[in-house]
Design a binder for this molecule. Structure first.
Ligand code: GLN
Length: 446
């Protein structure tokens, strides 16, 4: 714990942390030492981790990357935080992220962007950018992230680490600040699939405090890491490998897939005709849900309140106007519009219908093959500032990840090589609750 705290201090320039909770971490480390001595340790006892600043932590600031919650100290722990505490893990602090998890580059954070350790002029990806930086720069051995449309997988890919977005309902959302509740899912980010398995083991499981948590037994994720991949059927969605995919990216991904063929896997093409509708459907649904979820920030109950409000309307409008950033406002406006009377059928209902078609595409494909593989991102890490003026360009960053959230499936991003010194991620998509297979596939690659 002391070594990691010192390293975090040395690498402040990476802006990975919003809060470093050194004192609590050292106390937890001491308690872990006692637990180890008493002989009732778990695999995570005494292991320093860090939490994305979207998970509520009792007594330690939870900002969600926003000025709105810059003064917010939660009165309780998120279930995920509680589970790590139960396991005896040490929490080093809270990690930088895009404001309310809306973004793909960590640039919408109120605290400024975290920096990609492979090239500090580049973004780390987002929204779990601080999480990916912390692991890639060895500021923490393993961390948490959340993924609504790609926010675990995309930064994992751009920083060269392993990230797993579990099946929707696998990990409790209790105490995880809501962005788009039907898509949000917490998961592990680590140096390897093996480490991610240990983290998921601690995070997963039914939680009566989350109404969408699924009551399914949690398998031993470490037990099957070395299973043979002989005869594994890999599907390559035709729509992922079209002319829009950069040729160097395509070559790197194909080379990674060829490694699995050497391990005995069989590759076939699959057709998923509705995939191209994922981005527009996602941005309608995610914005709609965000406009509803973020209505709770009214200047009264949580967080920021404007100075000297003239009346209640002034209190609401100025508190929200002063504390939300531009991207969050854009989403609230889009979502409110999409949900309003007269437009609801044309946008929100239509997007939900498209969502079903996309889920059906995945169901069909995953009845023919065991897993799907493809890229995580269209390119490697881009320069800070390069895409900030064009929201559509930024939204396209998630073209390969978003459909998976619409379907609620699990997917892994694993390091698959480099282009010009910057990491490339391979995405592996599995069937519902088959995280163990994804971790097995990730582990066998290394
Ligand atoms: N980039 C996507 C968005 O801005 C996804 C973010 C996420 O997964 N939290 O909505």
């Amino acid at each position: 714990t002391q070594a990691f705290l010192a390293r975090i201090d040395q690498h402040r320039n990476l802006n990975a942390f919003v809060t470093v909770s050194a004192e609590t971490a050292l106390q937890q480390a001491q308690a872990a030492d006692q637990r180890l001595a008493a002989g009732n340790a778990t695999a995570l006892t005494g292991i320093p981790i860090a939490q994305k600043d979207i998970f509520c932590t009792l007594g330690i600031k939870t900002s969600c990357g926003s000025k709105m919650l810059d003064n917010f100290i939660a009165p309780y722990d998120a279930t995920v935080v509680d589970k790590f505490n139960q396991a005896g893990a040490v929490c080093l602090g809270k990690l930088n992220m895009d404001e309310f998890a809306m973004g793909s580059s960590n640039e919408t954070s109120f605290y400024g962007p975290a920096r990609n350790p492979w090239n500090t002029d580049c973004v780390p990806g987002g929204s779990s950018g601080g999480s990916a930086v912390a692991v890639a720069a060895r500021l923490a051995p393993a961390v948490t992230g959340t993924d609504t449309g790609g926010s675990i997988r995309q930064p994992a890919a751009l920083c060269g680490i392993t990230g797993l977005k579990p099946t929707y309902g696998r990990v409790s959302r209790y105490g995880m600040i809501a962005y788009a509740s039907s898509l949000d899912q917490g998961g592990p980010m680590a140096r390897s699939a093996e480490d991610a398995a240990l983290l998921l083991q601690a995070m997963a499981g039914f939680d009566p405090k989350d109404s969408t948590s699924v009551d399914q037994p949690v398998p031993d994720y470490s037990a099957t890491l070395n299973d043979s991949l002989q005869g594994l059927k890999i599907g390559l969605p035709k729509q992922f490998f079209n002319s829009q995919l950069d040729s160097q990216m395509a070559a790197t991904i194909q080379a990674a897939i060829a490694e699995y063929q050497k391990l005995g896997a069989i590759v076939q093409e699959v057709d998923m005709p509705n995939l191209e509708l994922a981005i527009p459907a996602y941005y309608v649904i995610a914005s709609a849900e965000c406009s509803s979820n973020l209505s709770r920030y009214d200047g009264v109950r949580f967080g920021y309140r404007c100075q000297n409000p003239a009346d209640l309307t002034d209190l609401y409008t100025r508190s929200r106007g002063e504390a939300f950033g531009a991207e969050v406002k854009r989403r609230i406006l889009m979502g409110t519009y999409a949900l309003s009377a007269g437009y609801y059928d044309a946008y929100y209902l239509k997007a939900q219908q498209v969502r079903r078609l996309i889920s059906d595409d995945f169901k069909r494909a995953l009845s023919e093959v065991d897993v799907l593989m493809g890229p995580v991102t269209p390119g490697t890490a881009f320069k800070i500032g390069e895409k900030t003026s064009d929201p559509i360009q930024m939204y396209l960053e998630d073209i390969y990840t978003i459909a998976i959230n619409l379907a609620g499936l699990p997917a892994l991003s694993l390091p698959a090589g480099f282009i010009a010194g910057l990491p490339v991620g391979l995405q592996v998509i599995g069937n519902y609750f088959n995280e163990a297979k994804l971790l097995n596939i990730g582990h066998r690659y290394q």
